[in-house]
Design a protein around this ligand. Sequence first.
Ligand code: NAP
Length: 336
Amino acid sequence: MMDLNIEPTHSQPNQNEEKHVKVLILGTGPAGLSAALYAARAELSPVVLTGMQHGGQVSLTYIVENYPGFPDGVSGTEMTELFQKQAEKFGAILEYDTATRVNLSQRPFRVETYNTTYLADTLIVTTGATPRHLEIPGERELTGRGVSYCATCDGWFFKGKEVVVVGGGDSAVEEAIFLTRFANTVTIVHRRDELRAGAILQERAFGNPKIKFIWDSVLTEIVGKDAVKSIRIKNVQSGAEQEFQTDGVFIFIGHTPNTELFDGQLEMDSAGYIVTDKLMHTNIPGVFAAGEAADPVYRQVVTSAGMGAAAAIQANHYLDDLAADTSPNKAALKHP
Ligand code: NAP
Protein backbone atom coordinates (compact mmCIF):
# COMPACT_ATOMS: atom_id res chain seq x y z
CA MET A 1 0.00 0.00 0.00
CA MET A 2 1.32 3.45 -0.80
CA ASP A 3 2.86 5.69 1.81
CA LEU A 4 3.37 9.26 0.74
CA ASN A 5 5.13 10.25 3.98
CA ILE A 6 8.60 11.63 3.87
CA GLU A 7 10.23 9.98 6.91
CA PRO A 8 10.87 12.74 9.46
CA THR A 9 13.75 11.18 11.41
CA HIS A 10 16.79 9.05 10.86
CA SER A 11 18.04 6.94 13.76
CA GLN A 12 21.63 6.47 12.48
CA PRO A 13 24.06 9.37 12.31
CA ASN A 14 24.55 10.33 8.67
CA GLN A 15 28.00 9.22 7.50
CA ASN A 16 27.32 9.83 3.82
CA GLU A 17 29.28 11.82 1.31
CA GLU A 18 28.48 15.53 1.07
CA LYS A 19 27.35 17.09 -2.20
CA HIS A 20 27.07 20.82 -2.79
CA VAL A 21 24.19 21.88 -5.07
CA LYS A 22 22.77 25.22 -6.10
CA VAL A 23 19.14 24.08 -6.04
CA LEU A 24 17.74 21.10 -4.19
CA ILE A 25 14.11 20.21 -4.83
CA LEU A 26 12.26 17.84 -2.51
CA GLY A 27 9.49 15.96 -4.33
CA THR A 28 8.66 14.97 -7.91
CA GLY A 29 4.97 15.80 -8.14
CA PRO A 30 3.85 18.48 -10.62
CA ALA A 31 5.29 21.27 -8.42
CA GLY A 32 8.69 19.59 -8.00
CA LEU A 33 9.11 18.62 -11.64
CA SER A 34 7.98 22.03 -12.89
CA ALA A 35 10.44 23.69 -10.50
CA ALA A 36 13.07 21.28 -11.85
CA LEU A 37 12.28 22.25 -15.44
CA TYR A 38 12.57 25.97 -14.75
CA ALA A 39 15.70 25.62 -12.59
CA ALA A 40 17.29 23.37 -15.22
CA ARG A 41 16.56 25.84 -18.00
CA ALA A 42 18.22 28.53 -15.83
CA GLU A 43 21.31 26.26 -15.93
CA LEU A 44 21.23 25.64 -12.19
CA SER A 45 21.57 21.82 -12.49
CA PRO A 46 18.87 21.16 -9.88
CA VAL A 47 18.91 17.92 -7.95
CA VAL A 48 15.41 16.53 -7.34
CA LEU A 49 14.73 13.94 -4.64
CA THR A 50 11.78 11.70 -5.46
CA GLY A 51 10.81 10.99 -1.84
CA MET A 52 8.80 7.86 -1.06
CA GLN A 53 6.22 8.43 -3.81
CA HIS A 54 7.85 9.35 -7.10
CA GLY A 55 5.45 11.51 -9.07
CA GLY A 56 3.34 12.38 -6.04
CA GLN A 57 -0.38 11.85 -5.90
CA VAL A 58 -1.05 12.58 -9.56
CA SER A 59 1.03 9.55 -10.56
CA LEU A 60 -1.66 7.41 -8.91
CA THR A 61 -4.50 9.14 -10.76
CA TYR A 62 -6.13 7.18 -13.55
CA ILE A 63 -6.81 10.14 -15.80
CA VAL A 64 -6.29 13.89 -15.59
CA GLU A 65 -8.80 15.77 -17.70
CA ASN A 66 -8.28 19.33 -16.55
CA TYR A 67 -4.62 19.99 -17.35
CA PRO A 68 -4.45 22.34 -20.35
CA GLY A 69 -2.95 20.84 -23.49
CA PHE A 70 -4.46 17.39 -23.10
CA PRO A 71 -7.99 17.67 -24.54
CA ASP A 72 -8.43 13.88 -24.36
CA GLY A 73 -6.97 13.62 -20.87
CA VAL A 74 -3.71 12.01 -19.84
CA SER A 75 -2.96 9.30 -17.31
CA GLY A 76 -1.21 10.39 -14.13
CA THR A 77 1.67 8.01 -14.86
CA GLU A 78 2.20 9.34 -18.36
CA MET A 79 1.97 12.92 -17.15
CA THR A 80 4.70 12.25 -14.56
CA GLU A 81 6.90 10.60 -17.20
CA LEU A 82 6.46 13.57 -19.55
CA PHE A 83 7.18 16.12 -16.81
CA GLN A 84 10.29 14.17 -15.81
CA LYS A 85 11.54 13.74 -19.38
CA GLN A 86 11.19 17.45 -20.05
CA ALA A 87 13.03 18.44 -16.84
CA GLU A 88 15.84 15.92 -17.46
CA LYS A 89 16.22 17.07 -21.06
CA PHE A 90 17.43 20.44 -19.74
CA GLY A 91 19.71 19.01 -17.06
CA ALA A 92 17.66 18.25 -13.93
CA ILE A 93 19.10 15.34 -11.96
CA LEU A 94 16.59 12.96 -10.36
CA GLU A 95 17.67 10.94 -7.32
CA TYR A 96 15.53 8.10 -5.96
CA ASP A 97 16.15 9.14 -2.39
CA THR A 98 14.29 10.69 0.53
CA ALA A 99 15.20 13.57 2.83
CA THR A 100 15.35 12.40 6.43
CA ARG A 101 16.64 15.47 8.27
CA VAL A 102 17.08 19.13 7.44
CA ASN A 103 18.96 21.96 9.06
CA LEU A 104 17.84 25.31 7.70
CA SER A 105 19.71 27.36 10.28
CA GLN A 106 23.05 26.88 8.52
CA ARG A 107 24.24 28.03 5.07
CA PRO A 108 24.29 26.25 2.74
CA PHE A 109 21.20 24.41 3.99
CA ARG A 110 21.97 20.87 5.12
CA VAL A 111 19.65 18.09 3.93
CA GLU A 112 20.41 14.51 4.90
CA THR A 113 18.97 11.63 2.90
CA TYR A 114 19.37 7.88 3.18
CA ASN A 115 22.40 8.01 0.85
CA THR A 116 23.83 11.51 0.78
CA THR A 117 24.15 14.78 2.65
CA TYR A 118 23.27 17.72 0.42
CA LEU A 119 24.56 21.23 1.07
CA ALA A 120 22.09 23.38 -0.84
CA ASP A 121 22.27 27.09 -1.64
CA THR A 122 18.51 27.10 -2.16
CA LEU A 123 15.83 24.61 -1.26
CA ILE A 124 12.45 24.17 -2.95
CA VAL A 125 10.01 22.17 -0.83
CA THR A 126 7.37 20.33 -2.86
CA THR A 127 6.73 17.38 -0.56
CA GLY A 128 3.00 17.22 -1.31
CA ALA A 129 0.35 15.68 0.88
CA THR A 130 -0.86 12.30 2.13
CA PRO A 131 -4.45 11.01 2.09
CA ARG A 132 -6.23 11.57 5.40
CA HIS A 133 -7.42 8.57 7.42
CA LEU A 134 -10.79 8.09 9.09
CA GLU A 135 -9.13 6.86 12.32
CA ILE A 136 -11.85 4.29 13.05
CA PRO A 137 -11.54 0.69 14.29
CA GLY A 138 -10.60 -1.72 11.52
CA GLU A 139 -9.18 0.90 9.16
CA ARG A 140 -5.50 0.41 9.93
CA GLU A 141 -5.80 -3.38 10.38
CA LEU A 142 -7.56 -3.86 7.04
CA THR A 143 -5.50 -1.44 4.96
CA GLY A 144 -4.29 -3.47 1.98
CA ARG A 145 -6.96 -6.09 2.76
CA GLY A 146 -9.89 -4.21 1.34
CA VAL A 147 -9.25 -0.74 2.70
CA SER A 148 -7.54 1.50 0.15
CA TYR A 149 -6.69 5.15 -0.53
CA CYS A 150 -5.91 4.60 -4.23
CA ALA A 151 -8.47 3.39 -6.76
CA THR A 152 -5.92 3.33 -9.58
CA CYS A 153 -3.68 1.02 -7.55
CA ASP A 154 -6.30 -1.31 -6.13
CA GLY A 155 -9.48 -1.02 -8.21
CA TRP A 156 -8.67 -4.07 -10.31
CA PHE A 157 -8.88 -6.33 -7.23
CA PHE A 158 -12.59 -5.53 -6.92
CA LYS A 159 -13.78 -6.95 -10.24
CA GLY A 160 -17.40 -8.01 -9.84
CA LYS A 161 -17.44 -6.98 -6.17
CA GLU A 162 -19.20 -4.45 -3.96
CA VAL A 163 -17.27 -1.39 -2.86
CA VAL A 164 -17.88 1.66 -0.72
CA VAL A 165 -16.30 5.08 -1.32
CA VAL A 166 -16.09 7.50 1.61
CA GLY A 167 -16.17 11.26 0.94
CA GLY A 168 -18.05 13.78 -1.16
CA GLY A 169 -15.29 15.80 -2.83
CA ASP A 170 -13.82 15.65 -6.34
CA SER A 171 -11.50 12.78 -5.43
CA ALA A 172 -14.25 10.61 -3.98
CA VAL A 173 -16.61 11.12 -6.91
CA GLU A 174 -13.93 10.83 -9.59
CA GLU A 175 -12.55 7.63 -8.08
CA ALA A 176 -16.05 6.22 -7.55
CA ILE A 177 -16.71 6.68 -11.27
CA PHE A 178 -13.40 4.97 -12.05
CA LEU A 179 -14.25 2.06 -9.74
CA THR A 180 -17.45 1.34 -11.68
CA ARG A 181 -15.15 -0.18 -14.34
CA PHE A 182 -14.53 -3.06 -11.94
CA ALA A 183 -17.11 -3.20 -9.17
CA ASN A 184 -20.74 -4.29 -9.45
CA THR A 185 -21.89 -1.44 -7.27
CA VAL A 186 -20.06 1.55 -5.84
CA THR A 187 -21.80 3.06 -2.83
CA ILE A 188 -20.70 6.57 -1.88
CA VAL A 189 -21.11 7.26 1.83
CA HIS A 190 -21.06 10.99 2.53
CA ARG A 191 -21.46 12.82 5.81
CA ARG A 192 -23.77 15.47 4.35
CA ASP A 193 -26.71 15.40 1.93
CA GLU A 194 -24.93 17.17 -0.91
CA LEU A 195 -21.63 16.59 -2.63
CA ARG A 196 -18.70 18.97 -2.52
CA ALA A 197 -17.49 17.69 -5.94
CA GLY A 198 -17.73 19.90 -9.03
CA ALA A 199 -20.85 19.95 -11.23
CA ILE A 200 -19.52 17.83 -14.10
CA LEU A 201 -18.40 15.03 -11.80
CA GLN A 202 -21.70 15.16 -9.89
CA GLU A 203 -23.64 14.88 -13.14
CA ARG A 204 -21.60 11.86 -14.21
CA ALA A 205 -22.00 10.17 -10.84
CA PHE A 206 -25.76 10.75 -10.63
CA GLY A 207 -26.12 9.43 -14.17
CA ASN A 208 -24.12 6.25 -13.50
CA PRO A 209 -26.43 3.32 -12.68
CA LYS A 210 -23.66 1.52 -10.77
CA ILE A 211 -23.26 4.36 -8.25
CA LYS A 212 -25.51 4.50 -5.17
CA PHE A 213 -25.46 7.00 -2.31
CA ILE A 214 -25.86 6.83 1.44
CA TRP A 215 -26.29 10.41 2.66
CA ASP A 216 -25.75 12.05 6.06
CA SER A 217 -23.73 9.12 7.24
CA VAL A 218 -20.30 8.34 8.65
CA LEU A 219 -18.43 5.08 9.08
CA THR A 220 -17.85 4.06 12.68
CA GLU A 221 -16.06 0.76 12.05
CA ILE A 222 -14.69 -1.42 9.26
CA VAL A 223 -15.40 -5.06 10.04
CA GLY A 224 -13.44 -8.13 8.92
CA LYS A 225 -10.59 -10.37 9.97
CA ASP A 226 -8.39 -11.02 6.93
CA ALA A 227 -10.54 -9.06 4.51
CA VAL A 228 -13.25 -6.41 4.67
CA LYS A 229 -16.68 -7.98 5.25
CA SER A 230 -18.82 -5.00 6.17
CA ILE A 231 -18.87 -1.48 7.57
CA ARG A 232 -20.82 0.04 10.44
CA ILE A 233 -22.51 3.29 9.45
CA LYS A 234 -24.15 5.93 11.61
CA ASN A 235 -26.72 8.39 10.30
CA VAL A 236 -25.64 11.76 11.69
CA GLN A 237 -29.21 13.13 11.60
CA SER A 238 -31.11 10.29 13.28
CA GLY A 239 -28.25 8.58 15.12
CA ALA A 240 -29.43 5.25 13.67
CA GLU A 241 -26.71 2.68 13.04
CA GLN A 242 -26.61 -0.08 10.43
CA GLU A 243 -24.22 -2.73 9.18
CA PHE A 244 -23.56 -2.68 5.43
CA GLN A 245 -21.96 -5.58 3.54
CA THR A 246 -19.05 -4.64 1.29
CA ASP A 247 -15.83 -6.10 -0.09
CA GLY A 248 -13.84 -2.90 -0.19
CA VAL A 249 -13.64 0.57 1.34
CA PHE A 250 -11.96 3.39 -0.59
CA ILE A 251 -11.34 6.47 1.54
CA PHE A 252 -11.04 9.93 -0.08
CA ILE A 253 -11.57 12.50 2.67
CA GLY A 254 -8.83 15.00 1.91
CA HIS A 255 -5.15 15.24 2.65
CA THR A 256 -2.54 16.17 5.23
CA PRO A 257 0.55 18.07 4.02
CA ASN A 258 3.88 16.21 4.22
CA THR A 259 5.70 18.87 6.17
CA GLU A 260 6.74 17.22 9.48
CA LEU A 261 10.35 17.30 8.33
CA PHE A 262 10.29 21.10 8.69
CA ASP A 263 8.55 21.30 12.07
CA GLY A 264 10.05 24.12 14.13
CA GLN A 265 12.02 25.45 11.13
CA LEU A 266 9.49 26.62 8.55
CA GLU A 267 6.41 28.64 9.42
CA MET A 268 3.22 26.61 8.94
CA ASP A 269 -0.50 27.18 9.42
CA SER A 270 -2.55 25.25 11.97
CA ALA A 271 -3.12 22.40 9.48
CA GLY A 272 0.61 22.04 8.72
CA TYR A 273 0.68 23.78 5.33
CA ILE A 274 3.90 25.77 4.80
CA VAL A 275 3.22 29.50 4.78
CA THR A 276 4.59 31.35 1.75
CA ASP A 277 4.19 34.82 0.33
CA LYS A 278 3.04 35.40 -3.26
CA LEU A 279 6.57 34.78 -4.48
CA MET A 280 6.77 31.33 -2.86
CA HIS A 281 9.19 32.56 -0.18
CA THR A 282 8.96 30.79 3.15
CA ASN A 283 10.04 32.50 6.38
CA ILE A 284 13.64 31.48 5.64
CA PRO A 285 15.35 33.37 2.78
CA GLY A 286 16.51 30.87 0.17
CA VAL A 287 13.85 28.28 1.06
CA PHE A 288 10.82 28.19 -1.22
CA ALA A 289 7.71 26.02 -1.09
CA ALA A 290 5.18 25.04 -3.76
CA GLY A 291 2.39 22.61 -4.52
CA GLU A 292 0.17 20.86 -2.00
CA ALA A 293 2.65 21.19 0.87
CA ALA A 294 1.98 24.92 0.72
CA ASP A 295 -1.49 25.09 -0.84
CA PRO A 296 -4.59 24.44 1.27
CA VAL A 297 -6.82 26.09 -1.35
CA TYR A 298 -6.45 25.00 -4.99
CA ARG A 299 -4.51 21.69 -4.95
CA GLN A 300 -4.74 21.17 -8.70
CA VAL A 301 -2.06 19.79 -10.99
CA VAL A 302 -2.04 23.02 -12.97
CA THR A 303 -1.77 25.29 -9.91
CA SER A 304 0.93 23.11 -8.34
CA ALA A 305 2.91 23.20 -11.59
CA GLY A 306 2.55 26.99 -11.68
CA MET A 307 3.70 27.34 -8.07
CA GLY A 308 6.70 25.12 -8.79
CA ALA A 309 7.71 27.23 -11.78
CA ALA A 310 7.34 30.42 -9.71
CA ALA A 311 9.45 28.95 -6.88
CA ALA A 312 12.25 28.09 -9.30
CA ILE A 313 12.18 31.58 -10.86
CA GLN A 314 12.47 33.09 -7.38
CA ALA A 315 15.24 30.67 -6.41
CA ASN A 316 17.15 31.84 -9.48
CA HIS A 317 16.68 35.51 -8.47
CA TYR A 318 17.83 34.65 -4.97
CA LEU A 319 21.02 33.01 -6.27
CA ASP A 320 21.70 35.98 -8.56
CA ASP A 321 21.30 38.37 -5.61
CA LEU A 322 23.49 36.17 -3.46
CA ALA A 323 26.24 36.15 -6.09
CA ALA A 324 26.00 39.94 -6.52
CA ASP A 325 26.09 40.67 -2.80
CA THR A 326 29.66 41.30 -1.70
CA SER A 327 28.93 41.90 1.98
CA PRO A 328 30.40 39.41 4.45
CA ASN A 329 26.87 38.81 5.69
CA LYS A 330 25.51 37.64 2.34
CA ALA A 331 24.33 34.33 3.72
CA ALA A 332 21.61 36.22 5.56
CA LEU A 333 20.28 37.82 2.39
CA LYS A 334 16.76 39.08 2.94
CA HIS A 335 13.81 38.67 0.61
CA PRO A 336 13.86 41.21 -2.22
P1 NAP B 1 -11.80 17.66 -0.36
O1 NAP B 1 -12.27 18.54 -1.46
O2 NAP B 1 -11.24 18.28 0.88
O3 NAP B 1 -13.05 16.74 0.02
C1 NAP B 1 -12.98 15.88 1.11
C2 NAP B 1 -14.33 15.21 1.27
O4 NAP B 1 -14.26 14.29 2.36
C3 NAP B 1 -15.44 16.20 1.60
O5 NAP B 1 -16.62 15.83 0.92
C4 NAP B 1 -15.58 16.08 3.10
O6 NAP B 1 -16.90 16.28 3.54
C5 NAP B 1 -15.23 14.62 3.34
N1 NAP B 1 -14.61 14.42 4.65
C6 NAP B 1 -13.57 15.08 5.22
N2 NAP B 1 -13.26 14.55 6.42
C7 NAP B 1 -14.14 13.54 6.63
C8 NAP B 1 -14.33 12.61 7.68
N3 NAP B 1 -13.55 12.60 8.76
N4 NAP B 1 -15.32 11.70 7.55
C9 NAP B 1 -16.11 11.68 6.45
N5 NAP B 1 -15.97 12.52 5.41
C10 NAP B 1 -14.99 13.44 5.50
O7 NAP B 1 -10.67 16.62 -0.83
P2 NAP B 1 -10.46 15.93 -2.26
O8 NAP B 1 -11.72 15.44 -2.84
O9 NAP B 1 -9.33 14.99 -2.07
O10 NAP B 1 -9.96 17.12 -3.16
C11 NAP B 1 -8.77 17.85 -2.79
C12 NAP B 1 -8.52 18.94 -3.82
O11 NAP B 1 -8.14 18.35 -5.05
C13 NAP B 1 -9.74 19.79 -4.07
O12 NAP B 1 -9.32 21.11 -4.27
C14 NAP B 1 -10.30 19.22 -5.35
O13 NAP B 1 -11.03 20.17 -6.11
C15 NAP B 1 -9.03 18.78 -6.05
N6 NAP B 1 -9.30 17.66 -6.99
C16 NAP B 1 -9.76 17.99 -8.20
C17 NAP B 1 -10.07 16.97 -9.11
C18 NAP B 1 -10.57 17.36 -10.45
O14 NAP B 1 -10.73 18.53 -10.71
N7 NAP B 1 -10.87 16.44 -11.35
C19 NAP B 1 -9.93 15.64 -8.75
C20 NAP B 1 -9.49 15.34 -7.47
C21 NAP B 1 -9.20 16.37 -6.59
P3 NAP B 1 -17.59 17.74 3.46
O15 NAP B 1 -17.96 17.92 2.03
O16 NAP B 1 -18.75 17.61 4.37
O17 NAP B 1 -16.56 18.70 3.94
